[in-house]
Design a protein around this ligand. Structure first.
Ligand code: URA
Length: 207
């Protein structure tokens, strides 16, 4: 259920994103651009339905994306850096937010916010967080979404660690994971190696 999106532009931009010299402004722009490219791949199986339209020339049978508007679920706070690029591609999407922070000692997620659109059971829910590290936050967010009714869920990140992929898949074998790269491992503080550092700090210029 893991897909590494190996498009050359994604890989090139990831290299720029990872570099420690990359400034906050560049980091934010790159994260947005990569996210748009990831969304393009992640959404390639959206179902279509026929739609009759008129061009200036004649009537035609065209197509449109079927069903209720899809929903992006951003895991706060770093998910915001991915959300923008995805909304560039799907401006009409609905947006939900799950507030989770990682306890620095236990590395376990602690929830402090949950606000999502209605009729989750009828929407594709694309959960976004830049880093799939331990997988605990992602798994907790998806569990909460399932409780709220979500049935069709995908998870998208920029970088994943093998440990996080394994933990997430064990908790949610039904949820496909899409990433720009599968990195080597976690360090003792549960940061991804080689990684890119703290995604939230690099996006927002904190620390
Ligand atoms: N969160 C981050 O921002 N970076 C990591 O490497 C792991 C989790």
């Amino acid at each position: 259920m893991l897909t590494v999106i190996d498009h050359p532009l994604v890989q090139h931009k990831l290299t720029l994103l990872r570099r420690k010299e990359t400034t906050t402004g560049e980091f934010r722009r790159l994260a947005r651009e990569i996210s748009l490219l990831l969304a393009y791949e992640v959404l390639r199986d959206l179902p279509l339905e026929p739609l009759a339209i008129e061009t200036p020339m004649e009537r035609m049978q065209a197509v449109q994306v079927q069903g209720k508007k899809l929903c992006f679920i951003s895991i706060l706070r770093a998910g915001a850096g991915i959300l923008e690029g995805m909304l560039d591609l799907v401006p009409a999407a609905r947006v939900g937010h799950v507030g989770l922070y990682r306890d620095h000692e236990t590395h376990e997620p602690v929830e402090y916010y949950f606000k999502v659109p209605d009729a989750l059971e009828e929407r594709l829910c694309v959960v976004v967080d830049p880093m799939l590290a331990t997988g605990h936050s992602a798994a907790a967010a998806v569990a909460k979404l399932k409780q709220a009714g979500a049935r069709r869920i995908k998870f998208v990140c920029l970088l994943a660690a093998p440990e996080g992929v394994a933990a997430f898949e064990a908790a949610h074998p039904d949820v496909p994971v899409y990433t720009g790269a599968l990195d080597r491992q976690l360090d003792e503080n549960a940061y991804i190696l080689p990684g890119l550092g703290d995604a939230g700090d690099r996006l927002f210029g904190t620390k």
